[in-house]
Design a protein around this ligand. Structure first.
Ligand code: NAD
Ligand code: UDP
Length: 346
């Protein structure tokens, strides 16, 4: 298949790209490198020993996007491109609506212009907001608590309306829980700019000595040990869910929302202990106030992913921590200083 990846140079995009190439698909990556580096793509080239197209561009540039898409003629689009920092989205909501929502509309228009009617979209469990039940299924009400989450909800609805208006359209909205971990080789992984917002990269950097201590946000949640509970899903499992979603979109019409999570909850303290096992190092931490906007727990009911996509998570928490540590210790500064020319020959 010919697959067009917006945001394909990012954390989840680069891992999905590797799996797609490994499965023999032809890929075009379209990314503005706002939160990623060409070095990640160079690493994917050497890892997979295959080449693919890369176009530096913004999803808000409609004519450019349509031109690239018409030339590539994709069978399907996987739409990762977007801004994803919750705190930043509250400070700069219009940037988020413009980049994520307007960008997605422009993308759908470009797909129409190129005659491509299949899309897999990176949504998030954040669309559910405050959970009303222990494990969230897709029928849980949507009530995101921040502008980032609202962009995901609005895009889901826009894609749903687009699919409803086009009888030949197929859309899969993948609601990711907490992606973490890295490729087993340690050649690609998560490379956040500045201070990581997310737990797993922060803990990795503490283990590596790049940061002194972890702040655990909240020790009085109604969970086993008082710390927040999440559903961590290995990024390679997540990548495989995208491939299953494309296969589904090839065979079905309409629009489906599907959770992508392991289906089991891990508390922040449990995550810290798992990292200590994986690294053999102590992770110093302080328990501090809750982070505004955090929910106590967020765990997937992944039954629909199993039923519709035949997908379940294969990797567990220890695999996640081991692979994250492998990436972190082999690349203490992420892709910083990696020369895409020297490091990217197939
Ligand atoms: P990422 O920032 O590593 O990747 C996003 C990519 O999109 C980057 O390469 C960035 O340069 C690119 N991009 C951003 N705006 C763009 C634009 N206007 N035009 C072209 N490219 C643009 O993030 P990620 O963790 O790989 O996330 C991928 C997608 O999954 C995002 O949409 C994110 O919201 C969603 N998601 C991520 C998580 C998570 O925890 N990582 C959880 C749920 C959903
Ligand atoms: N967390 C934490 N310290 C950090 C980052 C995150 O205690 O430095 C907690 C956070 O409060 C939440 C969990 O880890 O309970 C997962 O947070 P993350 O930002 O990784 O993902 P979210 O579920 O918020 O999207």
């Amino acid at each position: 298949m010919r697959v067009f990846l917006t945001g394909g140079a990012g954390y989840i995009g680069s891992h999905t790209l590797t799996e797609l190439l490994g499965d023999g698909h032809d890929v075009c990556v379209y990314d503005n490198f706002a939160n990623s580096r060409p070095a990640a793509l160079a690493r994917v080239r050497t890892l997979s020993n295959r080449d693919f197209e890369v176009v530096e561009g913004d999803i808000r540039q409609g004519d450019r996007l349509a031109g690239v898409m018409r030339a590539f003629q994709p069978d399907a689009v996987i739409h990762f491109a977007g801004l994803k920092a919750v705190g930043e989205s509250a400070a700069f909501p219009l940037e988020y609506y413009e980049n994520n929502v307007q960008g997605s509309i422009t993308l759908l228009r470009a797909m129409d212009a190129a005659g491509c009617r299949r899309i897999v979209f990176s949504s998030s469990a954040t669309v559910y907001g405050e959970p009303r039940q222990a494990r969230l299924d897709e029928s849980h009400p949507l009530a995101p608590t921040n502008p980032y989450g609202r962009t995901k909800r609005f895009i889901e609805e826009i894609i749903g309306d687009w699919a409803g208006a086009n009888a030949d359209a197929s859309a899969v909205l993948l609601r990711y829980f907490n992606p973490a971990g890295a490729h087993e080789t340690g050649r690609i992984g998560e490379d956040p700019r500045g201070t990581p917002n997310n737990l797993a990269p922060f803990v990795s950097q503490v283990a590596a000595g790049r940061r002194d201590r972890l702040k655990i946000f909240g020790g009085d949640y109604p969970t086993r040990d008082g710390t927040g509970e999440r559903d961590f899903v290995h990024v390679i499992d997540l990548a495989r869910a995208h491939i299953a979603a494309i296969d589904y979109a090839m065979a079905n019409r309409g629009c489906e929302a599907i959770n992508v999570g392991a289906g089991s909850g891990v508390t922040v303290l449990e995550m810290v202990r798992a990292f200590e096992r994986a690294t053999g190092r102590a992770i110093p931490y302080d328990i501090v106030d809750r982070r505004p906007g955090d929910v106590p727990a967020s765990v997937a009911d992944p039954a629909r992913a199993q039923a519709l996509l035949g997908w379940t998570a294969r990797f567990g928490l220890d695999d996640i921590c081991r692979s994250a540590w492998n990436w972190q210790s082999l690349n203490p500064d992420g892709y910083e200083g990696v020369d895409p020319e020297a490091d990217g020959k197939p």
